[in-house]
Design a protein around this ligand. Structure first.
Ligand code: 0RA
Length: 660
């Protein structure tokens, strides 16, 4: 081979590698973005935004605008330096093209820069490109504008110079590939809450979202602005970062100290930012992030935080003498009752572990966070004795309540042992003994419970009727929870217990009797209130059960349309319209429509067919996509304050069902 041939070969090898890289993404998209459903689809947007956040973190970008375009594509525009467009020697093409088409090429040009953001999988924008039927990028840089367009990751032309500009920045627009994704419809609420979260996590950056689909004419009766096009749009900016995040999460709770405690420091080259506040509630709301990623499974940073918090508060409490009358030990949990906190750290090379790869493994982080918390908190307690006393009082209260709760729990467990099977009398159990093949329906009301008992397949389906409204756990003291008959029944029917050793509230799922726990309520307002109450209970007291994917919601149909002998069940307005078209060829005449308001309106056979039969039912699995949002929404929906709840329902009634 002569030197030219060698060059040619290298070039070929390079481009083949590139192709292979992106082919791999298209072949196994789930490996790169999690799944090809709603979650993975939105992951594409996060991946693009992460690049702009990186640029903002090195100080060159202050505005990021996201638009959901009329045609369903998404645009992300930033005012950073713009992706470099110069010729890239190794790859034999424009740097821009390399960034857009080579897997993991994101940080190649800027080694010194502090690049720590990046999506869960850190796959970069080229991955988004590979999964887009079309993607365009426009760069504003050094007085000029540049443009390139791609289809499924392949450039349609070279990078072109298209004009002059006095701005800098990068604008990416992409169309998710309909042959890859099961849905390509972006959800405003999902994107907007992620942008809000990013604004809190990265103070000083302005992030906006605009939805150009479904244009609403401003025709609300008054003359002002009539006919004007109004897009749904929000802009997020946080001056005080996590401090404001905690205030936002706690809007509906009553704080017990005047100010949020705020920690911003760097330990062993790990930037640590923490904000915490205590409130009068009984739940722990601690959320942690690494490089802007919500570490749902926790990890070393969370352990460091807990250690630092427990040790510092314990030392202070002992010195203050406030524990002298206490007859039992204080456990780690007691220090976190009524605590709302956000921990956000940035790590150069994070090691993510765990089932969902959201558990931080880096061991050096634990000490860094522990030290950061101890030193700042020790000072705070010394300087704010009034707040310190309030916190210690709260901890003592928690320890006392835990003690009472333990006694109540033991009573329940002892009673169960005494009463034969130990199962609640109201439970209609199934005959199957393998939990993996068994399911239990938690049914609102005795009458619907009766129908469900007749309709079920008793082989593998158990029914537990719940009477009326179950206790609002958001407002109740923890030990009261075990005074509640319905809640005791849920615990015993499911075979779930709470750690028996003194120090732990850890849920024991080893004896879980059904792998599917299905909440079944009426499809009306009351029913959804009850199902929210039950979900709140699981969220606060059996979180692990949700995380392990055991909790489901049954979806009874909203309508039954009949014409002659033909019947159609419909779960939404759209389905009803489609059924009208199908049965009545477009007119409603001759069609009898029954609107189901409650489970009680269905007979056993109908309930089985529409809601319980695994072949035909539509179960919704309860998952936690966004822990901070879930916490805030439960606190708000179930808390004391009415105005924020009304505002929430008014805002969301039109747009979304409450999917947790
Ligand atoms: C590499 C190097 C430089 C900037 C960027 C990447 C960059 C990438 C993206 C992606 C979206 N927005 C972006 N903004 C910037 C810095 C090059 C220089 O020194 O100017």
């Amino acid at each position: 081979m002569n030197s030219q041939e060698i060059k040619k070969n290298e070039y070929l090898a390079d481009s083949i590698q590139v192709l292979e890289g992106l082919e791999a993404v298209r072949k196994r998209p789930a490996m790169y973005i999690g799944d090809v459903s709603v979650k993975g689809l939105h992951h594409l947007v996060y991946e693009v935004i992460d690049n702009s956040i990186d640029e903002a973190m090195v100080g060159y970008c202050s505005n990021i605008d996201m638009i959901i375009n009329e045609d369903g594509s998404v645009t992300v525009a930033d005012d950073g330096r713009g992706i470099p467009v110069d010729y890239h020697e190794k790859e034999k093409k424009s740097a821009l093209e390399v960034v857009m088409t080579v897997l993991h090429a994101g940080g190649k040009f800027d080694k010194e820069s502090y690049k720590v953001s990046g999506g869960l999988h850190g796959v970069g924008v080229s991955c988004v490109n590979a999964l887009s039927s079309r993607l365009t990028v426009e760069v504003h840089r050094e007085g000029k504008t540049y443009f390139q367009e791609y289809s499924i990751g392949k450039p349609l032309s070279d990078v072109r110079e298209t004009g002059i500009t006095d701005k800098t920045g990068t604008i990416v627009t992409f169309y998710p590939d309909k042959t890859i994704f099961s849905t390509t419809e972006f959800h405003y609420d999902i994107l907007s809450s992620r942008l809000r979260e990013l604004a809190f996590l990265n103070k000083g950056i302005r992030l906006s979202i605009t939805d150009k689909r479904d244009v609403e004419e401003n025709g609300n009766g008054d003359d002002e602005g009539k006919g004007e096009v109004r897009y749904r749009s929000e802009s997020f900016f946080s001056h005080e970062g996590l401090k404001e995040f905690v205030e936002f999460l706690d809007v509906t709770r009553d704080s017990i100290i005047d100010n949020v405690i705020y920690i911003e420091t760097e330990k062993n080259e790990v930037p640590v930012e923490i904000a915490l506040q205590y409130n009068t509630s009984f739940s722990e709301n601690v959320h942690s992030y690494v490089n802007n990623i919500n570490t749902i499974e926790g990890g070393t940073h969370l352990s460091g935080f807990r250690r630092g918090l427990t040790r510092t508060l314990k030392t202070y409490a002992e010195k203050s003498g406030m524990l002298s009358k206490l007859k039992f030990d204080i456990s780690g949990d007691d220090f976190r009752e009524g605590l709302t906190a956000i921990i956000s750290i940035k790590v150069q090379e994070p090691q993510f572990e765990g089932q969902t790869k959201t558990k931080l493994g880096n061991s050096e982080v634990m000490g860094a966070v522990d030290q950061a918390v101890s030193s700042v908190l020790t000072n705070y307690l010394e300087e704010n004795p009034k707040d310190a006393r309030s916190i210690v009082q709260k901890v003592v209260l928690a320890a006392t309540a835990r003690h009472a709760a333990r006694k109540a729990r033991e009573l329940v467990q002892r009673k169960n042992v005494l009463s034969g099977s130990g199962l609640p009398g109201k439970l209609a159990d199934c005959s199957e003994r393998d939990p993996a093949a068994s399911e239990v329906f938690l049914v609102e009301g005795d009458s619907a419970g009766g129908t469900a008992k007749q309709g079920r397949d008793r082989m593998f389906q158990a029914i537990l009727p719940l009477r009326g409204k179950i206790l609002n756990v958001e407002k109740a003291m923890p030990h009261k929870i075990f005074d509640n008959e319905e809640i005791k029944n849920i615990f015993t029917a499911l075979g779930v217990s709470i750690g028996t050793d003194e120090d732990s509230k850890e849920l024991n799922l080893e004896k879980l009797r059904y792998y599917k726990v299905v909440i079944m309520t009426d499809a009306d307002v009351d029913g959804s209130h009850i199902s929210t109450l039950i979900m709140t209970f699981f969220f606060r007291h059996m979180l692990q059960l949700i995380k392990n994917g055991h909790l489901y919601i049954a979806t009874p149909p909203l309508y039954l349309l009949k014409k002659g002998k033909q019947e159609r069940y419909c779960w939404s307005e759209e389905e009803r319209h489609a059924a009208v078209l199908e049965l009545g060829h477009g007119t409603e005449s001759g069609i009898h429509t029954q609107r189901y308001k409650g489970l009680g309106e269905m007979n056993a056979e109908q309930l089985w067919e529409t809601t319980m039969n695994p072949e035909t039912r539509k179960l919704r699995q309860v998952t936690i996509e966004n822990g901070t949002e879930a916490d805030r929404i439960f606190a708000m929906l179930m808390g004391d304050e009415v105005p924020p709840r009304r505002e929430f329902i008014e805002q969301h009634a039109k747009y979304a069902r409450i999917d947790v």
